[in-house]
Design a protein around this ligand. Structure first.
Ligand code: SF4
Ligand code: SF4
Length: 479
């Protein structure tokens, strides 16, 4: 049976024109600067706590090393990636790809079920914007109204001091973020050298630091929500990832509509029992606190970064007007429409199966990863040499990759019983931790022991604890 309140859904979604444009850009394409009201409340306090823990982790992670290996590093310049102190070399690209694929499916699955929760609680852009930069702005310039007035006022000494102080601090934090960001790419020791040694010694690194500092400053001081609404690919993909069962920040239109302001004398219970109006008192506070300038009562929109500010604002209004909290809350469209939450749909089950399969493959691949990877190939342009005592020699190039955090001592032997191996230019094979050793070697076999012109050779590469077999061919004279 359709009640009067259920028809509110039609009312809410009757006009979808707001989806044709974003709230921060005019029809002429000009930016609308958002002055969000200072948020406060239960969710804001939780988010503050989570944000500060994450900032500590984000800043501290580059300093964490396990067995001398960074915990996380994404050295695109040297094509070396470290995840949880597991080093991925170019030879491990398939492993890295699988790990990234797993992460991607996890993010998609998480988004399908829990919507854009990542944006509001975990994304560094939101955390630095809302919990660091915005709070400094509130501290220096005051709440939204004061900020607007300051921006519209003529330039006097007070305004100049406030603006200079704000931008000076903003840029200082951008420099710190830039240092942390570079630490994830080249390691904190390299960043420390750039910062402490003469500029001429690290000109490239110094320029990168300056460029990233200005970039972060630009993002947090000026671009702000535009990053989330127009640049971030994750934000743009929300439309295809969310469905009506995804838990997002939702306005309970069944409870709230038809909205209307409280009028004195209409109802002493604050309209709680009004047969005409819903619980939304149309105060507009949920719009005023929104850092992306949207009205969540219109339904889920791509601009919503799930910051929870509107939940806190509305809960406060509900409290003051003696209504139950949660008019805006975490819920799905179907959850509100039917009163039942259904998280496990065919789509989420399918994604979960793919995720479990990918995680299992990852574990198998990582578990079977060799400590040392060996590539031994014929030196290009060489065939064989024959000595006076009828010994045949083949020249090979080798590359040994130590993927562990300990020094590896390598010994080589082959499947042919009469083989001798001679290293060129070194006595033994010792690979420093997490490094590559390359060079040349001769393999020698008496001509009489060769049955064919081409002999398949299996080379046993013995490291500290493991053995690996690599295959090559040995060339001799026609038989
Ligand atoms: S804050 Fe709550 S009561 Fe006020 S307009 Fe928004 S939804 Fe309605
Ligand atoms: S609609 Fe609410 S949760 Fe979404 S961005 Fe605006 S204030 Fe944050």
């Amino acid at each position: 049976m359709t009640t009067e309140r259920e028809t509110a859904e039609d009312f809410i979604y009757a006009t979808e024109e707001f989806r044709d444009s974003i709230a921060t850009v005019t029809k002429e394409g000009k930016r609308i600067w958002i002055y969000p009201k200072k948020p406060s409340g239960r969710f804001f306090n939780y988010r503050k706590l989570v944000s500060y823990i994450l900032i500590i982790l984000l800043v501290g992670m580059p300093f964490i090393k396990v067995n001398g290996i960074p915990f996380m590093m994404f050295n695109v310049l040297e094509r070396k990636f470290v995840l949880f102190s597991i080093v991925f070399h170019p030879q491990d690209f398939h492993l890295f790809l699988f790990t990234m694929l797993t992460l991607l499916v996890f993010i998609i699955l998480f988004t399908v079920i829990y919507g854009r929760i990542f944006c509001g609680w975990i994304c560094p852009q939101t955390i630095f914007m809302e919990m660091v930069y915005r709070r400094i702005e509130y501290f220096i310039e005051g709440d939204w109204n004061a900020q607007r007035k300051l921006n519209e006022s003529p330039w006097d000494a007070g305004k100049m001091i406030k603006k200079a102080a704000k931008h000076f601090i903003f840029f200082g934090i951008a420099v710190l973020i830039s240092n942390v960001f570079l630490s994830y790419i080249i390691g904190y020791d390299a960043v420390f050298k750039i910062a402490s040694e003469p500029i001429a010694m690290h000109l490239g690194g110094f320029i990168a630091l300056i460029v990233f500092s200005y970039l972060f400053y630009g993002v947090f001081a000026f671009m702000r929500e535009q990053v989330c609404t127009t640049i971030c690919p994750y934000g743009r993909l929300q439309g295809v990832m969310l469905d009506k069962n995804s838990v997002v920040i939702s306005y309970d239109w069944k409870r709230g509509e038809p909205r209307g302001k409280i009028k004195k004398g209409l109802n002493t219970e604050g309209q709680q029992n009004s047969p005409i109006l819903g619980d939304c008192v149309d105060c507009g506070l949920c719009i005023k606190v929104c850092p992306t300038g949207i009205d969540i009562r219109n339904g889920t929109q791509l601009e919503c970064v799930n910051c929870t500010a509107c939940i806190d604002a509305c809960d406060e209004v509900m409290l003051k007007t003696h209504r139950p909290a949660g008019l805006i809350r975490y819920d799905s469209h179907n959850g509100i429409a039917t009163g039942v939450r259904n998280i496990f749909t065919a789509r989420t089950i399918a994604y979960s199966v793919v995720l479990v399969a990918l995680v299992s493959i990852n574990f198998v691949l990582l578990g079977n990863r060799a400590a040392v990877e060996a590539i031994i190939l014929h030196t290009p342009g060489t065939l064989f040499q024959k000595s006076e005592d009828d010994i045949i020699s083949n020249l090979y190039n080798y590359e040994l990759v130590n993927k562990t955090g300990e020094i590896q001592h390598i010994t080589l032997s082959t499947s042919h019983p009469q083989t001798t191996i001679e290293l060129v230019g070194r006595q033994e094979l010792i690979i420093p931790k997490d490094s590559t050793l390359s060079g040349s070697l001769f393999i020698r076999i008496p001509n009489s022991a060769l049955k064919e012109r081409k002999t398949e050779l299996r080379i046993l590469v013995k490291s500290n604890k493991e053995e690996e077999i690599t295959e090559t061919t040995f060339l001799g004279p026609f038989k």
